[in-house]
Design a protein around this ligand. Sequence first.
Ligand code: FES
Length: 178
Amino acid sequence: MKLPVKMTINGQKTSDEVEPRLLLVHYIREVVGLTGTHVGCDTSQCGACTILMNGQAVKACTMFAVQADGATITTIEGLARNGELHPIQQGFWEKHGLQCGFCTPGMIMTAYQLLERYPKPTEEQIRHQLGQPLPLHRLPQHREGDRVGRRTYGRKEVRGRHGYRRRGTALREVDQAP
Ligand code: FES
């Protein structure tokens, strides 16, 4: 059984019939053909699939396409205007803000949401919103040699959008700390 679903994606109206179990990210990529939104973990951990739905950043692998019926969606393809990169995209480009680049669309969409909420964010707000742990010396529980305390705080600090990989990074940093 298929269900009708309508959305506005990057200003374009879509209308399709989809299986109720089809994830929104697969709808965007495979039905609509916008492949800039990536699937990393498929389990709501990495944030590579982040899009804006009605102005809110959401992970498109965590919801079904039918749940977005009637929504206004913005994907990474919707940021550029008239062939000009969005300032956030330009910033990532100029500062080479990526590693392999696979999750970069999700990072950019998350950064977009961040700047909507905090037009002039502090470093802590940026780190919190993007899921990066604070430096060890700034953690309130930090005590020299207390690896367990730092590890626990690190896990709390990085919960959220980019949880899994960042958690891994945090733990490696903790493990290598003096
Ligand atoms: S693919 Fe959606 S959070 Fe990783």
